[in-house]
Write a protein that binds this ligand. Structure first.
Ligand code: ARG
Length: 296
């Protein structure tokens, strides 16, 4: 600015966060979702599932529709796969494929009750522009245990995905994989304990949030080394499945009870979109579980 008058120029102090916080840039995403028309808690394959507890399936459907409306209002592309009777967990689309740079690795479920889901998703991929989907030979619960950071694939194991599936993912997808061990049965999938908020760029490492106590000591150390600026979630954030969030780089869709995490996200430059997922949580799921990202 050129000073043309003798008026005193007031220099306002810039808050330090504005200097150190990188711009949180949104990119348009493509999500695959599955309406919970046949949703139920009929068996128990994680500590959240109690088949004897009351479940409001109409409310589950309404909450799911509200979630999809948030994605659409944010300008994302949403594709739908038809739900299949007898597969009550098919709403958790994240478990059915890992798509990175246009390559697709399908799923192989640990629980026999979910096994048939994998083939329905394989068929969807083949009919929707991904004829070369590769089906895994090892137990692989896809984005439930795989999180793409923009430069590497974080891979969870301990309860569901076989560690050998990590090497298989590296072979099929051709991206570096970092294995992480989960130790708390309540956080049985990686996406219940860790979320990628913004992907790595040439100038910035990826930004993530996670719940340290869900990981083994060595995995915690590895996460600290890779992501020293990560947001660390509290036990309360984790206990409402707050980390099962979905970010487009700027907007983060978060279970509404995760108030501490939401405050930290806002401080870090994100816009938080709280959603109510009380009924899906009774199956151990949240927004991210319902959402498979297609990275063209
Ligand atoms: N009831 C489902 C199961 O235990 C929930 C899956 C949640 N999905 C996820 N990506 N964490 O398999």
């Amino acid at each position: 600015m050129t000073a043309t008058t003798s008026t005193t120029t007031l220099v306002l102090p810039v808050p330090s966060a504005a200097v150190s916080t990188p711009e949180r840039r949104r990119t348009t995403r493509h999500y695959l979702v599955c309406e919970p028309r046949h949703f139920a808690v009929e068996y128990s394959i994680n500590p959240w599932m109690d088949p004897s507890a009351p479940l409001d399936t109409d409310l589950a459907l309404a909450q799911w529709r509200a979630l999809v409306e948030v994605y659409e209002a944010l300008g994302h592309r949403v594709s739908r796969i038809a739900p299949v009777p007898g597969l009550p967990d098919m709403v958790f689309a994240a478990n059915s494929g890992t798509v990175v740079r246009g390559r697709v690795l399908g799923a192989r479920f640990r629980a026999p009750q979910r096994a048939a889901e994998a083939d329905h998703f394989r068929t969807w991929f083949q009919a929707n522009g991904h004829p070369r989907v590769v089906m895994p030979t090892r137990v692989n619960e896809a984005e439930g245990d795989f999180a793409w950071t923009g430069d590497l694939l974080l891979a969870g194991t301990g309860f569901r995905t076989d560690p050998a599936a990590h090497a298989e993912a590296q072979e099929v997808l051709g991206v570096p994989v970092v294995s992480l061990s989960l130790v708390d049965p309540a956080y049985y999938h990686l996406d219940t304990a860790l979320v990628v908020l913004s992907e790595a760029t040439p100038d910035h490492r990826a930004h993530i949030a996670y719940y340290p106590e869900a990981f083994s000591a060595g995995s915690r150390e590895a996460l600290r080394t890779l992501y020293p600026d990560a947001i660390l979630a509290t036990p309360e954030d984790a206990a409402c499945l707050g980390l099962n969030a979905v970010s487009d780089g700027h907007n983060v869709v978060v279970p509404r009870e995760a108030t501490h995490l939401s405050a930290r996200l806002t401080e870090s430059g994100y816009t938080v979109h709280p959603v109510d997922i009380s009924e899906l949580r009774k199956s151990g799921g949240g927004p991210k579980c319902c959402t498979l990202e297609i990275r063209a």
